[in-house]
Ligand binder design. Structure first.
Ligand SMILES: *[C@@H]1O[C@H](CO)[C@@H](O)[C@H](O)[C@H]1NC(C)=O
Ligand SMILES: *[C@@H]1O[C@H](CO)[C@@H](O)[C@H](O)[C@H]1NC(C)=O
Ligand SMILES: *[C@@H]1O[C@H](CO)[C@@H](O)[C@H](O)[C@H]1NC(C)=O
Ligand SMILES: *[C@@H]1O[C@H](CO)[C@@H](O)[C@H](O)[C@H]1NC(C)=O
Length: 378
């Protein structure tokens, strides 16, 4: 099988042969479920990645190497149909590729080949994508994998802000979850971006330079019609109201909004225009937001409001809060001084919010007791 595609791995059997006194770069667990390769050596033995062909979850770290040399071989894959049967037999559902310089053309060859796989989740991390992306084949058909989840972290693109619209043409429609962290550009060319018709979760967390202005540019209007969950942890947001304005401009109808780990100011600036929150918004996370009081301009009614780990020095008055079902206030200074036994009891009464992808957490509904006589909670 001289021409057999070596998996994912940039799929290409490799020419380099190195003497054998090196640690094995790849490890497959006993159940053949997970395979991890770390090609950090000077002259990595890429063919070792063949071992991963049996695994369901594959992670390949390229040790910062340039994958340019594979580009020549990629020509062999211009018509991936010849490998279709073999690729269909792969068990891989989850693939992570990281720490490498990858020519855009090579990345797309890989995506085309993976179009025959049953890959569901793709993660690209610490990649520098060089060169321009070739136009997709005509007639315009999505040739890549039918992913449900795509995660990108610290991926830079030579093509700048048009990367998303160019990349998205190489996936079959149906993506449900998109995470983009440590992005180098989130100022998308919105006219070119096609509608993400099935995307329910967009996670832009860990883009500290984004801010409300950047959010406006990233949330291409009407391109996310199915969006329900938006995570904006650590994205340089300044006021809930500013975020609300950006959401309004983008026309997204969210259910859950995560603004935790932003340094939010309590008061909306007075010249900020009045803002109408998405009507279905029912969960708002304002934890770890350095709040000294409950911010103004919150939605009037929520089923979950997380205000934990802020700097509230007294219990919020009912008139400061929206009408809310599950309120979380733990980790605020006013509670710490109330004594720890109470805290323990509260923890045991926790319920879990049902926002997709929220890590399980305790929502201390019992905290309501502390607010003594808060009529705002039915
Ligand atoms: C890969 O190997 C290098 C060198 O041994 C090591 O420094 C690095 O932490 C490893 N990376 C991962 C993700 O394990
Ligand atoms: C981001 O990825 C580049 C490689 O493209 C790497 O050199 C850099 O260390 C990564 N940055 C972080 C913060 O991990
Ligand atoms: C509180 O959260 C739980 C779990 O997510 C949910 O079932 C319940 O409806 C919420 N309560 C209210 C009043 O919204
Ligand atoms: C709110 O965000 C914090 C930090 O990101 C997280 O730990 C917590 O579980 C979230 N709360 C809810 C209700 O999802």
């Amino acid at each position: 099988q001289e021409r057999a595609p070596c998996l994912l791995l940039l799929l290409l059997p490799l020419l380099l042969r190195v003497s054998a006194n090196m640690p094995e770069p790849c490890e497959v667990d006993e159940e053949d479920v997970r395979c991890f390769c770390n090609f950090s050596g000077l002259q990595p033995e890429w063919t070792e990645a063949m071992q991963c062909m049996v695994a369901v979850e594959v992670e390949i770290r390229g040790g910062g190497h340039s994958l340019e040399p594979f580009l020549q071989r990629a020509k062999d894959y211009e018509d991936p149909r010849q490998y279709a049967d073999m690729i269909r037999a792969l068990r891989v559902r989850r693939l992570t590729v990281g720490a490498a310089r990858v020519p855009a053309r090579l990345l797309l060859s890989v995506l085309r080949v993976l179009g025959y796989s049953r890959l569901k989740e793709l993660t690209l991390e610490d990649l520098e994508v060089t060169g321009t992306l070739p136009p997709p084949p005509q007639p315009l058909e999505a040739t890549g994998p039918a992913l449900s989840t795509l995660r990108l972290r610290n991926v830079s693109w030579a093509v700048g802000g048009s990367w998303l619209s160019e990349l998205q043409q190489w996936f079959k429609p149906g993506l449900k979850v998109l995470n983009i962290a440590q992005a180098h550009s989130l100022a998308f060319s919105c006219e070119q971006v096609r509608t993400f018709s099935a995307l329910t979760t967009l996670d832009l967390s860990d883009n500290p330079g984004l801010g409300e202005r950047g959010l406006l540019a990233a949330l291409c209007p009407h391109k996310f019609p199915a969006l329900q969950n938006l995570a904006l942890r650590n994205t340089g947001m300044q006021t809930p109201k500013g975020v609300c304005t950006a959401l309004g401009a983008a026309g997204v109808q969210l259910h859950c909004l995560d603004l935790s780990h932003n340094s939010l100011s309590s008061t909306a600036s007075s010249d900020a225009p009045e803002c109408v929150w998405p009507s279905k918004l029912n969960s708002l996370n304002l934890s770890f937001a350095e709040l000294q009081q409950v911010p103004k301009g919150l939605p009037a009614k929520l089923s979950v409001l997380d205000l934990s780990y802020n700097r509230l020095t007294r219990a919020p008055r009912p008139d400061e809060l929206p009408q809310v079902g599950n309120l979380t206030l733990d980790g605020n200074p006013f509670l710490v001084s109330e004594g720890s036994t109470l805290q323990e009891n509260l923890k045991n009464s926790g319920v879990v919010p049902d926002c997709a992808h929220s890590p399980l957490s305790l929502v201390v509904s019992g905290t309501l007791a502390l607010l003594g006589g808060a009529q705002a909670f039915p």
